[in-house]
Design a protein around this ligand. Structure first.
Ligand SMILES: [Zn+2]
Length: 272
């Protein structure tokens, strides 16, 4: 295969979200060894990793400072009747926040990329930090989502690290103990996860990151499972009933309903 064709293939393979508008920065061969890492976009940190780290916690402190500046200035403009879109200082403030988010995303993902990682497993990107204004969270969602998508695509090209996006339905309620997997709203209380079936306790975002990583083995991609949130619930319930550690959730039988989904999702996604 000549270089041009290989470049095109690399771009297609790197576009885990279906986009292909990112410039190529390298052509690293796909890694063959290493571990899978689940990433959860937390409310108190930028990423929780499935190996138990909360990365980007200091970011929240800086974002709160920027939020205060943004809110004060927005109020000032409203008072004067000046539209935000026409104000240069407001625009540059917005850019500063976006740049900050982008730099932090790049810095943190670079740290992970230098480790022995075969593949990132991520949920649908949704950036929202707790305790910040809606306006700032909107800027972060837009800037953060774009930055992570671009960065993950780039890491495929420069480091050969693949990314798989999975449907994250119920990952915040699901016990990540592979021998349990019990799903219950009551399992999570703010930043603490405490499984009502097997009793496992874990930081809630780390538990979610582990569940995301485990979901990779189901190969439920967002594209395949967009409209099957209820079916995912059945699937998770079915898996739990087969192995329920407490013996309290073994009665309901929905095997027939979920068998079709298992076979539907157990196919390798084409572009990840
Ligand atoms: Zn459990």
């Amino acid at each position: 295969m000549h270089d041009k064709a290989r470049g095109k293939d690399a771009a297609a393979a790197a576009s885990f979200d279906g986009r292909d508008d990112h410039p190529l920065g390298g052509n690293a061969p796909a890694r063959k060894k290493g571990s899978r890492m689940g990433l959860d976009w937390g409310l108190n940190s930028l990423f929780a990793t499935s190996d138990g780290r909360l990365l980007g916690r200091k970011m929240l402190h800086r974002l709160k400072e920027l939020d205060k500046i943004l809110m004060d200035y927005t109020a000032e403009l409203h008072k004067k009747g000046i539209k935000l879109k026409t104000d240069k200082k407001y625009q540059s403030l917005q850019r500063r926040i976006s740049e900050y988010a982008k730099n932090e995303v790049g810095r943190l993902l670079n740290i992970l990329a230098d480790e022995d990682i075969l593949e990132f497993v991520v949920e649908k990107l949704d950036f929202r930090f707790g305790g910040l204004s809606k306006r700032l969270n909107r800027i972060l969602t837009r800037a953060g989502r774009a930055a992570v998508t671009i960065k993950l695509n780039r890491l495929k090209e420069t480091h050969g690290i693949n990314t798989t996006e999975v449907n994250s339905a119920y990952t915040s309620q699901e016990c990540s103990n592979p021998k349990c997997g019990y799903v219950d709203k009551k399992n999570r209380r703010q930043s603490q996860f405490h499984c009502k079936c097997c009793g496992m306790k874990l930081q809630a975002d780390v538990n979610a990151a582990r569940s995301i990583k485990e979901r990779r083995s189901f190969l439920i991609t967002t594209r395949q499972a967009k409209s099957v949130r209820d079916n995912i619930y059945d699937l998770l319930g079915d898996r739990h009933r087969k192995q329920c550690p407490s013996g309290r959730h073994t009665t309901v039988e929905t095997v027939g309903a979920t068998a079709a989904i298992i076979s539907a999702v157990n196919q390798e996604p084409s572009h990840v």
